[in-house]
Design a protein around this ligand. Sequence first.
Ligand SMILES: N=c1c2ncn([C@@H]3O[C@H](COP(=O)(O)OP(=O)(O)OP(=O)(O)O)[C@@H](O)[C@H]3O)c2ncn1[C@@H]1O[C@H](COP(=O)(O)O)[C@@H](O)[C@H]1O
Length: 168
Amino acid sequence: MAKTEKKKATPKKPKLPLPEGVPAVKARIPKAVRRAESAHLTPLPPRGEGSAAVLQRLWDTVEQRRIAGDAATSHSARLLKRGTPKVAQKLGEEAVELVIEAVARNREATIGEAADVVYHLLVLLVDAGIHPNEVWGELERREGLSGIVEKASRPKALLAIAQTTKLP
Ligand SMILES: N=c1c2ncn([C@@H]3O[C@H](COP(=O)(O)OP(=O)(O)OP(=O)(O)O)[C@@H](O)[C@H]3O)c2ncn1[C@@H]1O[C@H](COP(=O)(O)O)[C@@H](O)[C@H]1O
């Protein structure tokens, strides 16, 4: 290209409007990269075999942070103070990151992202005033009921409405 010739500006893609109250998901540096960069600053203890009992303890901690946490020192308190849309947005972002790692079949990163999703799910439940036992109760209610049987038992009209909200 001649020096004087100016490169044509490529027209910007128009942004799709987001529904009211839905914050934009910002471009993010992959979590694995950020973790690798900060690992030498904040090394975590090695991971052992865990148990689901940690969920109750974690919910209790986050609930305590909601009641008396300091946004300067607690990530949970800071996130909860930012309000429901931000709490929901964070869960959405973590879910997308989990999906990316799972599809890429990155086992270690998938475990890390799954933990992020569970933590942010518990923050969302705290924000919504829902005790996790209500969710476990719902899972117990569904125990033994195949998803295929349940779907087949849905009234056809309801199914049609539900299908209109699905992503292609
Ligand atoms: N399990 C977690 C946990 N998982 C992830 N995270 C944090 O979640 C944050 C996610 O980082 P991101 O950069 O994606 O998001 P962000 O910092 O909100 O930044 P923005 O998107 O707003 O820019 C990081 O700061 C992670 O450290 C967690 N923070 C806390 N916990 C647990 O919650 C307990 C209480 O933590 P505090 O509330 O911080 O005291 C801890 O003892 C842990 O057990």
